[in-house]
Write a protein that binds this ligand. Structure first.
Ligand code: SAH
Length: 220
């Protein structure tokens, strides 16, 4: 039986896990995350001309110089957040809305912040059309987070930053995870996982080398 493009994408994600982490690393893809991804039509989140490649396990350009992340990285970042059906998650960098849609299948509510007005509009319309009614897209500079809806069970930053924006740490619940690519934009970054302990202390863990577009700042 021939495999669908979606089945091939999921298989390729499993292989990426195998190649990226040795067995001591302890990372294997969580089936429930792959199941959530299987329900999101990625072709709806890429420009028309990229549709033939929508289920490749690659990042793709999505206008305004931005990219939709590689499915393997989406799976990994989603998993690192430890989403539960009760979780309320904050995403910085809506982009196409794909990561938000994957999360929406796993958690109670997703707040997603985008700094480019056209991207925010398009993602908002796309997510509404596809029926993701537990995602709210907001137009603003995500560096400051979203104090009015804080605290969050998890925070995911899908753009590269040289530091962890301090206000995001403040908006994370004790016991919550924050995942962010730290380093130079367009160069090598370290996907970093922070756990905020019940005491408020932070545990840091570097997970994998990645390459994200930059977290930009609003000019005032
Ligand atoms: N998560 C996206 C991909 C992210 S691309 C997806 O699933 O498609 C990074 C996005 O972050 C871009 O859309 C970019 O405009 C946005 N961005 C960059 N700096 C930002 C900031 N300070 N606040 C909010 N969004 C930002």
């Amino acid at each position: 039986m021939t495999k669908t493009p979606m089945q091939k994408m999921l298989e390729s994600i499993r292989l990426s896990y195998q190649f990226s982490f040795d067995s001591a690393g302890g990372f294997i893809p969580a089936e429930r995350i792959l199941k959530a991804m299987a329900e999101v039509p990625r072709e709806e989140f890429v420009p028309e001309e990229m549709r033939p490649f929508a289920y490749d396990n690659n990042a793709l350009p999505i206008r305004h110089g931005q990219t939709i992340s590689q499915p393997f990285i989406v799976a990994l970042m989603t998993e690192l957040l430890r989403p539960t059906p009760e979780s309320v998650i904050l995403e910085i960098g809506t982009g196409s809305g794909y990561q938000a849609a994957v999360l929406a299948n796993l958690v109670a509510r997703v707040y997603s912040i985008e700094i480019i007005p056209e991207m925010a509009d398009e993602a908002r319309q796309r997510l509404a059309r596809l029926g993701y009614d537990n995602v709210q897209v907001l137009l603003r500079d995500g560096y400051h987070g979203l104090p009015e809806y804080a605290p969050f069970d998890g925070i995911i930053v899908t753009a590269a930053s040289s530091c962890v924006p301090p206000q995001l740490v403040g908006q994370l619940k004790p016991g919550g995870h924050l995942v962010i690519p730290l380093g130079e934009p367009y160069h090598y970054q370290e996907l970093t996982l922070l756990l905020k302990e019940q005491t408020g202390a932070l545990q840091w863990r570097e997970i994998l080398g990645v390459a994200f577009v930059p977290l930009t700042r609003q000019r005032s």
